[in-house]
Design a protein around this ligand. Structure first.
Ligand code: ACO
Length: 447
């Protein structure tokens, strides 16, 4: 919803009492607290909204990211994602998200300098990293390491201090690629690579990931640019699961490292940061272009989903997917064409002509082609959500900053509809239901 939606009053009549209420409508929303006055009796709590998964509930007012899912529009601070992907860099986009405006040259240079000078981690971080098992999932490592950063920077608790907030933002954007690359190299048993501040943000990350014995690692400029654009495309997506987690945890007043660790935890889930990995697994399972029609038939018959298709918000082509598809071809020019690309193109061709997908408004989303690019660049599948997290850091931090400065916000504390037992009296153990008998109702007690 936008501020352009007309304001007015919603007139409601409660058929239980016959009473009529006037509920103000502003920006296409009403305040659910205005429903609390609607009661059947004086001791009634008042009407609550019920919205599992927050399908139709705004949790905040925000000036950061705008999405129109029906028209396939995504804008950061008003700028269309297509223009940012074409003309901006990731660090410039991060500045835009966090500060609200594109920087001039002097500001961008200062911002870049500040981020670069926070790419190193405390040497004790290495001890933490070494404590993980050799086969630890890199995203699990990220959840732990980002949370651990809060213990290295106790000044981050000063969340009401603008100077402290700015410092933690620089530290987090600077250190995330370092931690991400360390998590990969730990799993491979490779020595960690120190940051190279002569390289770009994406280039330095590629160096920390893939540098071996060469003295001077120079990233392939096409892959470096592609990664930078992928980071831009992932930088924010308004109130999704991980961003809502950052805001909810941040609403307790905790430091930003802990709040962002919650975002990483949410992104770890296969329904959120793991879908691009699922796309690769699906393409591998299909195996050849010839088997695509058979796979589509199976999806339509209800056995599984076409991964990388469909979106809760976009009911049109995800604008990020269009940009990613173009980048995929540029990357494959360098790395050689992945045989999986042909399967993906055929899937997309058939699905976009098929009434099942058209009638349900199922189009390719951001994950359909991004995994193919990551794979071609040499990233293992379990690094995919970590790459997503690197890109999303400025979004989480801009949303966190907006949240802690919003005077209307309170600690996140949803209500529930209690459908359990009424009060009952404690019974001595001899008088309770017997286990494994017909009258036992505790079917899920695992005994
Ligand atoms: N393949 C086949 N059918 C699908 C797909 C799909 N990918 N997505 C939705 N449908 C069908 C459903 O079966 C349902 O059909 P029905 O009405 O006959 O029952 C209808 O479309 C609506 O589906 P919902 O699950 O209600 O849609 P919702 O908005 O809740 O789900 C979601 C969105 C989770 C993204 C879904 O489209 C999906 O599972 N896609 C595949 C996974 C994926 O690519 N996730 C990445 C999302 S992008 C991101 O998180 C960064």
């Amino acid at each position: 919803m936008t501020a352009a939606t007309p304001s007015g009053m919603l007139t409601l009549t409660d058929s239980r009492t016959g009473k009529t209420y006037e509920i103000p409508v502003e920006n296409g929303t009403f305040r659910t607290m205005d429903f609390r006055q609607i009661k059947v009796s004086d001791d009634d709590f008042g009407l609550l909204g019920y919205d599992p998964g927050f399908l139709n509930t705004a949790s905040c007012k925000s000036a950061i990211t705008y999405i129109d899912g029906d028209r396939g529009i995504l804008r950061y601070r008003g700028y269309p994602i297509e223009q940012l992907a074409e003309h901006s860099t990731f660090l410039e986009t991060a500045y835009l998200l966090i500060k609200g405006e594109l920087p001039d040259r002097e500001r961008l240079d200062a911002w870049t300098y500040n981020i670069r000078h926070h790419t190193m981690t405390h040497s004790n971080i290495v001890k933490f990293m070494d404590g993980f098992r050799y086969d630890a999932h890199p995203m699990g490592i990220m959840v732990g390491m980002v949370g651990a950063l809060s213990t290295f920077y106790p000044d981050a608790k000063e969340i009401t201090s603008e100077a402290s907030r700015k410092l933690q933002v620089r530290r987090l954007i600077g250190k995330i690629p370092t931690l991400a690359a360390m998590s990969y190299r730990h799993s491979m048993g490779f020595p960690y690579v120190l940051p190279d501040n002569d390289l770009s943000y994406a280039g330095n990350f590629l160096s920390m990931m893939f540098k071996m014995t060469e003295h001077d690692y120079r990233p392939n400029p096409v892959l470096e640019h592609a990664l930078d654009v992928l980071f831009i495309l992932h930088a924010d997506h308004e109130q999704n699961c991980s961003t809502s987690a950052v805001r909810a945890v941040g609403s307790s007043g905790v430091d930003p490292y802990t709040a962002v660790a919650a975002g990483c935890a949410a992104l770890y889930g296969p329904k959120h940061g793991g879908a691009n990995e699922a796309v690769i697994r699906m393409l591998l399972e299909i195996g050849s272009v010839e088997r695509v029609p058979e796979f589509i038939r199976a999806v339509k018959a209800g056995s599984g989903r076409l991964m990388g298709f469909g979106h809760r918000v976009y009911k049109n082509y995800d604008p990020r997917a269009k940009i990613i598809k173009k980048i995929a071809f540029e990357v494959f020019e360098e790395t050689g064409r992945s045989p999986l690309l042909d399967i993906a193109l055929e899937l997309e061709r058939i699905a976009l002509e098929d009434d099942y997908f058209i009638s349900r408004k199922l189009y390719p989303n951001v994950d359909f082609y991004s995994g193919l690019i990551y794979q071609a660049m040499g990233f293992p599948l379990d690094m995919f959500p970590v790459l997503f997290a690197i890109g999303r850091i400025p979004g989480w931090l801009s949303q966190w900053t907006e949240h802690v400065q919003d005077p209307e916000q309170k600690i996140a504390r949803p209500r529930q509809i209690y459908l359990g037992e009424e009060q009952r009296d404690w019974a001595p153990i001899e008088g309770r239901l017997k286990c494994r008998t017909e009258e036992c109702v505790m079917t899920s007690c695992r005994l």
